[in-house]
Write a protein that binds this ligand. Sequence first.
Ligand code: AHR
Length: 493
Amino acid sequence: MAQIKIDASRRSGTVDPKIYGGFIEQLGRCIYGGIYEEGSPLSDEHGFRKDVMEAVQGLHLPVLRWPGGNFVSGYRWTDGIGPVEQRPRQMELAWHSVESNRFGTDEFMRYCEVMHIEPYLCVNMGTGTMDEARSWVEYCNGTEDTYWANLRRQNGHPEPYNVKYWGLGNEVYGNWQIGHLTAEDYVKKAREFAKVMKWTDPSIQLVGCGENGWTAWDQTVIEGLAPFIDYYSIHLYTGSTDYYSNVLAPALSDFALDNCRTTIERVRFNQKIEHPIYVAFDEWNVWYRHRSAESALEEQYDLSDALAVSSYLNSFIRHSDTVKMANLAQLVNVIAPIFTSQEGLFLQTIYHPLRLYAEQMQAITLDIHVDCKELTLTADTDKSAWAHSVASLGPFKVLDTTVTCDASGHELAIAVVNRDLEQAHTTTIQFADPTTITHGVAYEVNASETTTTNSFEQPDAVQVHEQRLNIENSTYSYTFPAHSLTMLRLHIE
Ligand code: AHR
């Protein structure tokens, strides 16, 4: 029988709610036809889709990254302010589309304001200049009688937006990016951007552009930018048609975070840097089916993807001392948990773990011990380039588990992804100290097939099933069904 051993006094980190953050990009139907559809009977007076807002509310997003993504490397933010009818339509090179600029800075800020979400802006380090970046900071945050702050006032926003989080470019390491640079050239350029942006508003926090957390780029950029940044970004997308490759691939996130933390702490030590540098995992998701702009990246998620997403969240919680922000890429239609048509929406399978974690996970991570069957991955079944890397990280515990509690220590949330394709695992939950479980609830995400998807026709094929637990004493066992996510909420005394 499997065991989860919990010592409630071994607190290993504080979960930053920003790990449940989101990301929207001017790409396909993420914004236009997703969160924003002027003239639709489903939209409010600002053009925001009300049904989408309600679904987004369920995810409890604390922070939202915008405007890209690859899009940002050719984006002139000044095209997206002022009277909408006067904004220029521009050719957009990242995704080969035409950008109407109907949704710009003030629309994004309004969305964040009405949704009570903290904005996170990424600046253009492709075609954009240092001056454009610092002017954007001044437009958003300026309080003096200056040109850019006055322009914001003229555009109807007397108060500063106080945007705290600013990204220094997107995926500058990639040759698909406008303005692709070597790590050394990026460091030189980003330092200058950082200086003028912070001189414009010293209260902002800067995010350096990272790769996967373990590459040569990451070493060079962390060394070069550490004095200037508060966060360092990691991007990771995984996925496979092979079930085990898909659900085990988020082990790469653990690998990325372990490596990135080591590099950051080594550099902080060597350079005597006193301020902390955290990881912003500012793009992550399962993404392997619709990779091209032609398909508008409209991935249809199944149950196995929902389990992979759960394991990503477990990875962030396990590394809660390192990762203080994460942004699921993306929010609507484009590799996203919410899928719209002009008539309505449905929630994709991955929506359910995202919501469960944001709602049920508690603030303090506990150090746990899990005894269970282990899985070994053979990369042969999955021909992808990274399958060998994932396989080398094994063996993997079949029950991917994290446990959190609240400050009082009485409220416990136990997240268990049973990745076994065939077997349920009956598991005892043991406490180091004498403990009584007074009551509990189990939330389960599962379906008969791991390939089950949600759709307009069957919107609830994969959903959350809630069950009150019958707990009679302090020794408790629970059977985690095959291919499922279970979130146990226990009250202990
Ligand atoms: O999220 C889709 C794309 O993936 C983003 O635009 C880019 O940053 C990444 O490569």
